[in-house]
Design a protein around this ligand. Structure first.
Ligand SMILES: Cc1cc2nc3c(=O)[nH]c(=O)nc-3n(C[C@H](O)[C@H](O)[C@H](O)COP(=O)(O)O)c2cc1C
Length: 245
């Protein structure tokens, strides 16, 4: 029953009136950045095609994901577009999330290791061996042997909950959803397959990735789906991302 559930209690306790409202964040007082509209035309139609083509794909073909394509994916998910600005909205401008990549089929990366995405330098940090992917997931109908990478959205819940009380946790989940949707849309535009995965073992992931203050919120498994990757577009986005990081 919803009314007696812990979720309902949490929803109530994280509603306005149950926590002290913070002052407006520093970012909301800043002047709006000068962001030119995207050059050229046809973006709306392109976006609509990508939106219409998005679906959860679990039929990965086992092909590798190039490091360049992985960088484009990661920038699309939680990349920077300026000071205190990212490709997704962030609660209070705190940017409290991180992307961790479980590499499985990425040439140059150690399969079974987790690499942090460093958005300021568009690079990956040092890896942590994470063990067999099957042990991290309750969702067993995905063939992790054929997945190229699983991108985990993780974060420290303290900054958002220090600021917004329990409501900060709601905001963080929403922000994680923004990042995951961007990953899905970028994967679709790159003609890759992607499926979001909520069915992972929180504790196993935290231990395997050596998370201390952070918790895992969401994951997106990505891999080949039998289509040719648009290499020139990947290179063009990498140039754009490098300029805005
Ligand atoms: C929050 C959330 C968690 C999900 N977790 C899983 C999961 O653990 N395993 C899985 O195979 N699919 C998962 N999915 C994908 C859904 O099963 C999928 O989106 C749904 O069946 C609709 O299909 P579509 O994405 O192709 O439109 C999740 C989706 C959401 C929104």
């Amino acid at each position: 029953m919803w009314a007696e559930s812990a979720a309902a209690l949490f929803h109530q306790l994280s509603s306005f009136g149950w926590f002290e409202e913070p002052a407006p964040s520093a970012t909301s007082a800043q002047p709006l950045p000068v962001v030119p509209p995207p050059p050229g035309e046809g973006h709306l139609v392109s976006l609509a095609h990508v939106l219409a083509a998005r679906c959860s794909r679990r039929d990965f073909d086992g092909s590798p994901l190039s490091p360049e394509a992985l960088t484009v994916l990661l920038w699309s998910g939680y990349g920077r577009t300026g000071t205190h600005r990212a490709v997704v909205p962030s609660c209070g401008g705190l940017l409290s999330l991180r992307l961790l990549v479980l590499a499985l089929r990425v040439p140059g990366l150690t399969a079974g290791s987790a690499y942090p995405f460093l958005p300021d330098t568009l690079s990956l940090g040092p890896p942590t061996p994470a063990g067999p992917p099957q042990e991290l997931f309750h969702t067993r109908h995905i063939d992790y042997e054929r997945v190229a990478a699983v991108v985990f959205v993780v974060g420290d819940p303290r900054p958002p909950t220090d600021r917004y009380g329990d409501r900060g946790y709601r905001y963080t989940l929403l922000e994680a959803g923004h990042a995951a949707q961007n990953l899905c849309l970028a994967a679709t535009a790159m003609r890759l397959g992607a499926v979001t995965v909520g069915g992972f073992d929180d504790e196993a992931v935290s231990v395997a990735f050596g998370l201390d203050r952070e918790v895992p919120y969401y994951a997106v498994a990505v891999g080949g789906a039998g289509h040719e990757m648009p290499h020139e577009e990947v290179a063009a986005v990498l140039t754009l991302a490098s300029g805005s990081a």
